[in-house]
Design a protein around this ligand. Structure first.
Ligand code: FE2
Length: 328
């Protein structure tokens, strides 16, 4: 089924086209990174202004006409309300105009399922790490193999790890380039002591952020960047390793924006190897927010005959992953 997916939960307005699980297009426009962070009203305005061009670019890349689209997906949540609304309206408009079915997709499930598919893993423990979210998930109940739910085994008590890097980057006067600018400065750093907060399979990042901000000025900036990164990633690895052992997982998958970090992937690969587990992840364009992952999940939902009336196509800012049914 030729499905067009719209992602708009945060800084990215993305449109993807998928046919039988194959990505034909994955176009996007990102809200300009600024020192103010994401002001919801301004980000939504960016999405409104970008929508037409991004939809057209995706159709062009896929080599199709809008009338070829057989189904539509959009991000229902979680995300920023005003931003989600833009994608919702674009998707509903296309679906109602073309008289094709529409599927509201959970953003986290989008990241997880496209990474699981592209990494070739069947039943992995998942570390989902992005700006707004940091969670460890696994399907625990396989009774109904066609319809599954992820369970959240562990998660952040406060902010997402990506949010922590962005806030820290702003305090350092770096471009808050979604963590990567901190990584660059960290390259030649040495470790200084940082607070480390893991409780079972949960973790917390605000203490680490506050301590790191206070350390600016009294320590070389490369040392602070190195130490905040190593501490945060070590916390994630410890909690993930505990979850792997508790669930006897032989596969590990990382996804979400922070999964673009080569250092985090290297550390997780080490954890997986230690326990004889396979490790996998998707290409960077699918770890950053994107429309293809929404189209990918929407196609599976529509193929499973999930039908949602237009009036029921809502958004939900706190739509948690474990509530979304997953279709194979
Ligand atoms: Fe995301």
């Amino acid at each position: 089924m030729l499905v067009l997916g719209v992602e708009s939960s945060a800084h990215t307005f993305g449109v993807g086209v998928v046919d039988r699980g194959k990505v034909l297009a994955n176009e996007k426009s990102m809200y300009g990174i600024s020192t103010t962070g994401m002001v919801p009203r301004n980000v939504a305005q960016h999405h409104i202004q970008s929508a037409n061009a991004v939809v057209s670019a995706a159709l062009g890349k896929a080599g199709i006409d809008i009338r070829d689209v057989e189904g539509v997906g959009y991000t229902k949540g979680p995300g920023i309300g005003t931003c989600l609304q833009v994608g919702q309206i674009v998707a509903k408009t296309i679906a109602s105009k073309l008289h094709v079915p529409i599927a509201p997709v959970n953003h986290a499930i989008g990241h997880i399922e496209i990474a699981r598919s592209m990494s070739g893993l069947r039943d992995p423990l998942v570390l989902y790490v992005s700006g707004g979210n940091s969670q460890i998930l696994k399907v625990l109940d396989h009774t109904n193999a066609d319809r599954l739910h992820y369970s959240v085994l562990g998660e952040t008590f406060d902010i997402g790890v990506g949010n922590m890097f962005d806030s820290f980057a702003r305090h350092l006067g770096l471009d808050p380039a979604w963590g990567s600018s901190v990584e660059k400065v960290a390259a030649n750093g040495r470790y200084i002591q940082m607070p480390y907060t893991v409780k079972g399979m949960d973790f917390s990042f605000t203490g680490l952020l506050t301590h790191s901000i206070k350390a600016i000025g009294s320590h070389p900036r490369e040392d602070v960047c190195f130490s905040i990164r190593e501490t945060a990633f070590s916390m994630l690895c410890e909690a993930t390793e505990r979850a792997m052992l508790m669930t006897s997982s032989k596969e590990l998958c990382v996804c979400g924006g922070v999964a673009q970090s080569a250092r985090l992937r290297w550390m997780l690969q080490s954890v997986a190897s230690e326990h004889g587990a396979r490790f996998g992840y998707a290409a960077n364009e699918f770890n950053a927010d994107n429309g293809a992952m929404i189209a990918f999940v929407a196609e599976r939902m529509l193929n499973a005959a999930v039908r949602t009336a237009l009036k029921d196509c809502t958004i939900e800012q706190r739509y948690r992953a474990e509530r979304a049914e997953v279709f194979q």
